[in-house]
Design a binder for this molecule. Structure first.
Ligand SMILES: NC(=O)c1ccc[n+]([C@@H]2O[C@H](COP(=O)([O-])OP(=O)(O)OC[C@H]3O[C@@H](n4cnc5c(N)ncnc54)[C@H](OP(=O)(O)O)[C@@H]3O)[C@@H](O)[C@H]2O)c1
Length: 340
């Protein structure tokens, strides 16, 4: 098949492009900026189109001859941008890709949404029917992207929505890597009780799900939470990371509310200067938003089975971080670690 992956040089997009090429598919990747990763994708055999999902001519070009679209491009961590930036990319951009795909006769459209559309899960574990209550503008616009998809449901082009939980694994040198780096120091400051639930999904488990919903008639018109089997409390998560690193970890606890206040103050203070705040509300939410889901629907209807468990996934990610030089040998670790 010929597939388009929007956001193809991102963490998830790149892993998906690799899987599709390995499975013998022809891949077009649409991405915002030229960079080292675009070169790598070209070397793998993908066609790379540079441009934004907000540009209708670029989008129209990228769907030519395509049978399936994986729409992953999203404004995600952009700081110091107006809310309209998130709307333009995540809502209008999704509408642009959908409309161009319809016009070009694309058969299937897979929208990568997020668990974040459910915001804080009040009665964990939640599922796809849990209340939609996005807690920030990113989550809100990802949900509005789902609504745009909903308007095109039931037509000739089949649409499937995946809501991944927190994606981690080799290739992510930014988000989850921060946890490894902090753990490597031997001390992880925990704001609050550390009993908040965190639900990871290992990158290969997620790409398995993407490949499953490529097939005709699989998941049409539905939304699925895609997650690992296991969710954990934050206290447990950081200790499990410490274990794979061979680090003796201290986890001092601090009250959460001063951090919440500081997050808001920092964000407001940095905005006029165009600076990225050291802490901001979305980062603080990590300590307090419960994320825990059942994955029964994806198992039942897609045959989804997360193959890589948490300890295995953390070990693989640690090995990759060491190999790529993102981590040096953690202080106090046993010499058995990969960073010797
Ligand atoms: N990471 C998670 O834990 C998580 C959890 C749930 C859902 N998701 C969803 O999963 C998808 C992939 O996330 P990720 O973690 O892989 O993020 P990522 O690494 O930031 O990838 C996003 C990609 O989209 C591209 N992009 C951004 N704006 C664009 C635009 N206007 N036009 C074209 N491309 C654009 C980015 O390009 P540049 O790098 O050049 O800006 C980047 O390559 C997103 O839809 C996200 O909402 C992520």
């Amino acid at each position: 098949m010929k597939a388009l992956v929007t956001g193809g040089t991102g963490f998830t997009g790149k892993a998906l492009v690799r899987r599709l090429i390995d499975a013998g598919h022809q891949v077009v990747a649409l991405d915002y900026k030229e960079g080292l990763k675009t070169q790598e994708l070209k070397e793998w055999g993908a066609e790379v189109i540079i441009g934004s999902v907000t540009e209708t001519d670029v989008v129209a070009k990228s769907v030519q001859g395509v049978e399936i679209v994986f729409h992953l491009a999203a404004a995600f961590r952009e700081m110091n941008v107006p809310d309209s930036f998130y709307y333009d990319v995540n809502v209008q951009g999704t509408a642009n890709v959908l409309e161009a795909a319809l016009k070009a006769g694309v058969k299937r459209f897979i929208y990568c949404s997020t668990q974040g559309v459910h915001g804080n899960v009040d009665n964990p574990p939640g599922d796809e029917s849990s209340p939609i209550q996005p807690a920030d503008y990113y989550q809100q616009t990802k949900y509005e992207g789902e609504v745009v998809c909903g308007k095109h449901q039931g037509g000739k082009m089949k649409i499937v929505i995946l809501r991944p939980t927190a994606i981690y694994g080799p290739g992510d040198h930014e988000r989850f890597t921060m946890i490894f780096k902090r753990v490597a120091s031997g001390m992880f400051p925990m704001f609050g009780a550390g009993k908040t639930f965190y639900h990871p999904v290992y990158i290969d488990n997620l790409t398995d799900a993407f490949l499953t919903v490529m097939q005709d008639g699989v998941g049409d018109g539905q939304a699925y939470i895609i997650a690992d089997q296991e969710y954990v409390e934050l206290n447990d998560l950081v200790q499990r990371v410490a274990k794979v690193m061979g680090v003796q970890l201290r986890v001092p606890h601090y009250p959460l509310w001063p951090l919440i206040v500081a997050g808001h103050v920092c964000e407001k203070a940095c905005a006029p200067f165009g600076l990225t705040p050291p802490i901001f509300p979305r980062r603080v939410d990590w300590f307090r938003q419960n994320r825990a889901f059942k994955i029964d629907k994806a198992k039942r209807e897609l045959g989804y089975q997360p193959k890589v468990g948490l300890d295995d996934g953390l070990g693989r990610m640690y090995k990759w971080l060491c190999q790529e030089g993102y981590l040096s040998k953690p202080s106090g670790s046993k010499p058995s670690g990969c960073c010797r």
